[in-house]
Design a protein around this ligand. Sequence first.
Ligand SMILES: Nc1nc2c(ncn2[C@@H]2O[C@H](COP(=O)(O)OP(=O)(O)OP(=O)(O)O)[C@@H](O)[C@H]2O)c(=O)[nH]1
Ligand SMILES: [Mg+2]
Length: 365
Amino acid sequence: MRTIGIGGAGSKIAVKLDAQSVVVNISEVELSKIPTSGEKIQASLRDGSGVFQGARMDPQIGLEAYGSVSRQLSNLVRGAMVIAATGGGTGNGITAGILKELAGRAEKIAVEEKTVFALVLPYAKMEPDEFVINTSDFLNGPVAAAIDSGNTGNIFMFSNRCKFEKQLAEDKYNQMIVNSLRDFFAIPAKNAQLKLLEEHIDQADFALYLSKPYFNHFTSFNYNPDNDFGKQLSARWNPLLLPPEQAIEALFLLEVPAGNDGTCFYNILKYFNDQDVKPLYSVVENPNLKNPRVSVSLLYSRKPAEEVQDLNRESEEHAQTKVRRTIDQYVELEPLQVNLDNEAAKVKSDGQDDVIAMLKRINKL
Ligand SMILES: Nc1nc2c(ncn2[C@@H]2O[C@H](COP(=O)(O)OP(=O)(O)OP(=O)(O)O)[C@@H](O)[C@H]2O)c(=O)[nH]1
Ligand SMILES: [Mg+2]
């Protein structure tokens, strides 16, 4: 499956997953830093700006730039996986363009031509409000419309929560996202390579599952057949993804050590049947394992509007805590004598371009 990384985060994660990824950016600088043997596509703005700065957190700029590459991308996204963060301007805006194009197609898209999306959402508690607002608009708008049209494949909702809570390095966190995706995408290959004990999930079954226009939450863990499956599952949601809603469809692969007859899969089947879900499943023997291991995926279709409410609630609580903290810590300060012109001149002579750009933005220069 071709991988397409859009914007800064999207490109960095895509090339880790596949060294031949196609990467897309407005900023030539960001694009030049991405090591890929695949195609590099530079989207451009009508007035020629953006080459250095990208979309500067503005999805409208990303959407405008989408126009310059829409033809090329609408072919490339067929049967591919698109990876992008929803907080910034480039990943958000260009991916919005792709989703709108898919939603607007009159014809139904064939299973093998569906596009799968891996989105990286900001952690509302600790990331700037702009990222959260951009994400809300994106989920409420183009994502909702694409799901309603039925013309998108599975959408994986990664979140940066774990990165911030566990204070992980960006590169390490990106690798965790990639490992997690690889684990899920290995399911059909494991079926092909390992001894089958029950049922079979082949490439075609897996492709059909991936082509459904729902959110996909997947996880895997060592399964203890003596304990309740549902309890183990809800304790082992994938911490990199948003937690799922009630499943509409499901898939699981149970791997058991040599000598285990694999009949503990009936417990898992029963768990899903109790929820009126008939999962696609298979049981294989994996001689490298000491304990049974299960990989589970749920497809759910919570309206993006509700996802957004959660994001907003989180950032609102965060804002309130911030205010409270400020009040708690209120101390009287001597008035600071700062001459902005002098400060700006200092910054200029330091060559701190980013700071200058920021001061310009807030009209101090
Ligand atoms: N997991 C992860 N998140 C990242 C990374 N880089 C940026 N982010 C997050 O992605 C969001 C910003 O998206 P970016 O990809 O940097 O922005 P962009 O799409 O390039 O858009 P502009 O830079 O505004 O043109 C924020 O939520 C960041 O925390 C990364 O390498 N890994
Ligand atoms: Mg960027």
